[in-house]
Write a protein that binds this ligand. Structure first.
Ligand code: AHR
Length: 522
């Protein structure tokens, strides 16, 4: 039995730190990350598109009206894929409203968010923006008010080379080469009564299958995501997943998951434990996928597109005061705190830990609306607290996720028991000669002294330890104080004969980077 306490040195002799021992083997690979695990999402909602990506009146706008400062941060994040145009918005969207000469595009009442949609930004602008931002588009089709016909026409518009009504429409609109959109979502949250054109599981399953069929007939190279449940609390979860997959198993490639977590009760211990909901939810959806695989005696495996995830609740009260029928209003602009960033760090680890099955994930959303990037109208950009763990995971989380056996102290909270105080995992990028340790210390009392047994990595050396901590859990950044909460470089942890010994401060996110220094010693 390993003692879970250790005498501290840095914080004074005699101070008892909690201690964790983590064993990591090179060969215990959970899976190889798909780059698309670090994706994001942009919807026509609030100032996400208008005033976020696209702001022709801004001093920051390029010749196409795209904000250069926003794009720079998107590039810094190395966002591999962006889902668009919704979200709930897509279930009432006519994509033809958003292409062609801008002056001919109609304004519409938008019923998902009770706004006015002016359609000055649409599919072509989005695909162009993606090219400039170095990201891949993931388009959702409308299965609320539209269906198979509109969806297959959009695939033809985007991907067919020439000589047909919709491919020639694209060419006439100035896009000679096909957009080549590979990834498509079959609607959005169709199990939710709030959805325009909400469906029962059987209604949706039939429509999704028939739509998938014709979309793939137009372009067999595309990949399709069927809608799973909107969250694990839905009354139809997980029957929805099995019913939908029983109908669509051979016509789709992924099933979607969505989750938004909150701290309405202002209970930090309980809030930080909520990544366990995500772990459980993923395991249940994987089980549903594999159950249907067995029923069908299929050789095919359905994987997960976790295409909306984040913390979301700060803006709920303000949203209630919003006047209807505005164009690009301030809406759902959550101001994130440091505690949100810690939970986002753990949520990223939940995704990484199941990278064997979660292939695509989208932090919802990217700019202004529940977002890591904020763009001030008439001003510059600033980074929310959640920007940093997302950045670190995207930059350093690509590679082989290694099974980390953590012997860590546990705690209980209002809704959970046996919560690991230290949430941790390792990602190896052996080609690049890098090993990265991610860790959240959820302990409210003090630091955790973590010892990583890395016997297979004796030839590695620590090169960086990023610590992200803040005395005030409710602190956030803002346009006037954009770096109030920011990570810092800490002293390098000790490393001796394959044992890494790191101190993770109370309530902190940590990234320890090791680099190969020479051949491994036996
Ligand atoms: O991201 C905001 C909204 O949350 C999306 O439109 C919807 O899919 C989800 O309920």
């Amino acid at each position: 039995m390993i003692s879970l306490y250790a005498y501290g040195t840095k914080e004074g002799l005699g101070f008892m730190h909690k201690k964790a021992v983590v064993t990591v083997h090179r060969d215990s690979v959970v899976g190889q990350t798909d780059d698309r695990l670090f994706g994001s999402f942009i919807e026509h909602i609030g100032r996400a598109v208008y005033g976020g990506l696209y702001d022709p009146g801004s001093a920051q706008a390029d010749g196409s009206g795209f904000r250069k400062d926003v794009m720079e941060l998107v590039r810094e994040l190395r966002v591999p894929v962006v889902r668009y145009p919704g979200g709930n918005f897509v279930s009432g969207y006519n994509w033809e409203d958003g292409v062609g000469p801008v002056e001919k595009r109609p304004k519409r009442t938008e019923l998902a968010w009770f706004a006015v949609e002016n359609n000055t930004f649409g599919t072509d602008e989005f695909v162009k923006w993606c090219g400039l931002a170095g990201t891949e588009p993931m388009l959702a089709v409308n299965l609320g008010t539209k269906g198979a016909d509109s969806a297959r026409n959009l695939v033809e518009y985007c991907n067919h080379p020439r000589g047909t009504r919709y491919s020639d429409m694209r060419r006439a609109n100035g896009y000679e080469s096909p957009h080549g959109v590979r990834l498509w979502c079959l609607g959005n949250e169709m199990d939710g009564p709030w959805q325009i054109g909400h469906k029962t599981m059987h209604e949706y399953a039939r429509v999704a299958h028939e739509t998938a069929k014709v979309m793939k007939w137009v372009d067999p190279s595309i990949e399709l995501v069927a809608c799973g449940s909107s969250n694990s609390g839905m009354p139809t979860f997980p029957k929805w997943e099995t019913a939908v997959l029983e109908e669509t198993y051979e016509s789709v490639d992924y099933i979607s998951m969505h989750i938004y977590l909150e701290n309405m009760e202002n209970d930090l211990k309980n809030f930080l434990a909520k990544s366990l909901i995500m772990d459980d939810y993923i395991n249940s959806v994987v089980a549903a996928c594999d159950y249907v695989k067995a029923v069908k005696r299929s050789k095919k495996r359905i994987n997960i597109s976790f295409d909306e995830w984040n913390v979301w609740y700060h803006s709920f009260d303000d949203n209630k005061k919003l006047e209807r029928w505005q164009e690009g209003p301030e809406f759902n602009e959550d101001m994130y705190t440091f505690e949100d960033a810690l939970l986002v760090g753990s949520m990223l680890m939940s995704l990484l830990r199941r990278c064997d099955r979660v292939k695509i994930a989208c932090l919802a959303q990217l700019v202004n609306v529940i977002a890591p990037i904020m763009a001030v109208s008439g001003g510059g950009v600033w980074k929310q607290t959640i920007f940093h763990p997302y950045l670190h995971a995207s930059l350093y989380g690509r590679g082989a996720v290694l099974d980390a056996k953590a012997d860590t102290p546990l705690y209980d909270s209002k809704d959970f028991t046996d919560i690991p105080v230290l949430d941790t995992l390792c990602v190896a990028d052996e080609e690049g000669g890098a090993l990265t340790v991610f860790a959240v210390n959820k302990d409210c009392e003090g630091g955790v002294l973590a010892e990583y047994i890395l016997s297979d990595f004796k030839n590695y050396r620590p090169v960086s330890h990023i610590v992200y901590e803040c005395g005030d859990m409710k602190a956030g950044n803002s346009p006037v104080d954009p770096n109030r909460v920011a990570p810092r470089e800490a002293e390098l942890p000790a490393f001796d004969n394959g044992a890494l010994c790191a101190m993770f401060p109370k309530l902190s996110w940590n990234v320890v980077r090791l680099a190969a220094a020479g051949p491994a010693k036996a």
